[in-house]
Write a protein that binds this ligand. Sequence first.
Ligand code: NAD
Ligand code: DAU
Length: 339
Amino acid sequence: MADEFRPEHIIVTGGAGFIGSNFVHWVVDHQPGVHVTVLDALTYAGNRENLAGIPEDRMTFVHGDICDAALLDEIVPGADAIVHFAAESHNDNSIADPTPFVRTNVEGTYQLLEAARKHGVRFHHISTDEVYGDLALDDPARFTEETPYRPSSPYSSTKASSDMLARAWFRTYGVPVTISNCSNNYGPRQHIEKFIPRQITNILCGIRPKLYGDGLNVRDWIHTEDHSSAVWAILTRGVPGETYLIGADGERNNIDVLRAILERMGKGADDFDWVRDRPGHDRRYAIDSTKLRRELGWQPAHTDFAEGLDDTIAWYRDNEDWWRPAKEAVEARYAAQGQ
Ligand code: NAD
Ligand code: DAU
């Protein structure tokens, strides 16, 4: 473990998105001395409402693009660290049009790394387990920090590219970079294009849930609050130049997750439609987070998936105003793709 790094002012990119906003709320709730500047372009996935309730003296919101080097020169000096969540994050969108993924995920990360180098700021890069490709269903292996990169989709290949840039900026320029690769998050404020909120809001709208392929693909679910506490542990106690995998032993196949949602929402086990599979669909993700737990003493708090799912369903039931405006367009887009 490195000497503890105690930032007083952090820049959180993508802080109006799902995981970024949950992280900002977590920091405001758990780290009283820290001021957060959120930099977010408010794309279709960003929502200013996600930061509602945060006191003005704890957060500054900057509406802007991570590719805007001049803007970064204005806001990065004076900060102690950049925590970089901003990305185009949805695999299906990346298959339909990779263009914004290359721009935001690769060029945007490059611009932020350059700003961190120029202004002497620490950098934590948020990445994904998808950079490691996939595992077979019957393989006892899980991903570790040593697993070779083998991304499958346009999304995951741009995230892998951004990881490589972050590693190079540490080795070549000595920028104090840490990287985390996390598994699938769930929880409040996740965009309804993603699997769990799509199915919950489908049921709330009277639409049948949609399952890709044979439904046996496995994802390793972690509550987004556990992702936040892990990122804080890595930012403050992680060793520059190191990568840490974040996961909470939450492997489940898609059909089991969908049936758990159906049961909790009073529907039958077969009340869903099988739809066209995702091209290149990764079969299984699984994280071995031993390094993070042993070296930094992190542990997940939300270990009861059923309870986390109940809370998540309740959040979407209670916050229809938040998701309803996007629902029709999201479903029309999926329908056009046969999904
Ligand atoms: P999201 O799509 O919900 O939010 C992305 C945010 O980034 C939005 O607020 C959007 O407005 C902002 N953004 C996009 N392009 C931008 C740009 N050019 N400039 C500034 N802001 C921009 O994403 P998410 O699911 O919260 O994921 C956040 C991060 O976590 C991503 O880096 C993603 O790769 C990573 N990650 C996600 C998961 C998951 O399960 N969702 C798991 C592991 C890692
Ligand atoms: O593993 C981390 C990754 O998890 C993150 O890097 C990504 O940003 C995040 O979007 C997520 O990627 P996935 O592709 O795994 O998540 P998604 O919610 O899109 O899909 C989860 C699984 O559910 C996947 O196997 C595809 C399937 N699926 C998805 C949708 C939207 C369905 O069966 N039906 C659906 O309607």
